[in-house]
Design a protein around this ligand. Structure first.
Ligand code: SF4
Ligand code: SF4
Ligand code: SF4
Length: 284
């Protein structure tokens, strides 16, 4: 805000909101007895509410089971949320609690993709930086992450914070920077262990039919919208991993409960259609 005590060049100030000093004084008088300082926040998508800037984040949001908290354009650990809302200063008023069921890398990738759509693209650091940051997070969620992405994300993110003229570029960078700095173990799990701890990233989620239990009834084939289950009556059915989108419809349809979606180890499976009951014998 700037107080100007000379003639105003209206044309030069077209982009600014000009308010007469008398109006400011009237507003100050009007709010004098009623105004209470505070911050408007929306917690987990709920309606906006005004909270004291001194309130701790842990007092206004239920942090039981929290893995991370997004406040404004940054991720925080639950421990950091013992501080006041005013200190975290969520610029857009958004507070979201993320649990073990949320994947930080996936969350950051989606936010960066949304920001790419919002960036006006005038500045090279914002335009190109966002493309690179989103690419690296998305590659990581799809099982193609590299450890060098961590250093690159830091380098590009810091350059964006420093070199972009508006908050869009700076805040987008903070999403990636804070996710990577505070939840490095999640990135390492995706890159080194090829595992998504939250079980969100589909590239790490396997689906298989237990060949020792399948009766070859065909119920799973009937409900599969991707037509990616192979089988015939009385033969052990098989799922085409690459075509399957893990919708889970076959899991619900299988009365034998032999279709499993897991991030863990997958047992040995038949590599061709095999008669029910014959799979075990084939292995010995
Ligand atoms: S930093 Fe702001 S002005 Fe520059 S490209 Fe991004 S949104 Fe546009
Ligand atoms: S529904 Fe279950 S038991 Fe029937 S064929 Fe499919 S996997 Fe096998
Ligand atoms: S999870 Fe969905 S797409 Fe995949 S095999 Fe089952 S029904 Fe088909």
């Amino acid at each position: 805000m700037e107080v100007v005590s000379e003639f105003i060049n209206i044309r030069k100030n077209q982009a600014n909101l000009l308010v007469h000093l008398a109006t400011c004084a009237d507003l100050a008088d009007a709010f004098n007895d009623s105004y209470e300082p505070g911050i408007y926040v929306s917690v987990n998508g709920e309606e906006l509410k005004k909270v004291s800037a001194d309130a701790k984040v842990s007092e206004i949001a239920d942090l039981s089971g929290a893995k991370a908290v997004q406040a404004g354009y940054e991720y925080y650990t639950p421990q950091e949320c013992e501080t006041s809302v005013g200190e975290l200063n969520p610029a857009n008023g958004v507070i979201r609690v993320l649990t073990e069921k949320n994947c930080i890398v996936d969350d950051a990738a989606k936010k960066l993709l949304a920001d790419r759509a919002q960036s006006c693209g005038k500045c090279v650091f914002c335009r190109e930086g966002l493309i690179q940051l989103e690419y690296m997070q998305t590659e990581t969620t799809q099982g193609r992450g590299k450890m060098e992405f961590l250093d690159l994300t830091k380098e590009i993110g810091e350059a964006m914070c420093y070199s972009t003229p508006c908050s869009m570029g700076q805040q987008s960078a903070r999403i990636a920077l804070s996710a990577m700095a505070k939840f490095a173990s999640e990135y390492e799990a995706h890159i080194k262990k090829k595992n998504c701890p939250a079980g969100v990233c589909q590239a790490f989620v396997m689906i298989y039919i237990d060949p020792t239990v399948c009766t070859g009834c065909g119920d799973c084939m009937d409900v599969c919208p991707k037509d990616c289950i192979e089988g015939k009556p009385k033969f052990i059915h098989m799922i085409d991993e690459f075509e399957c989108d893990r919708c889970g419809k076959c899991v619900e349809a299988c009365e034998e409960e032999c279709i499993h979606i897991t991030t863990g180890k997958v047992p040995k499976l038949p590599d061709r259609l095999t008669k029910v009951g014959k799979f075990k014998k084939k292995r010995h």
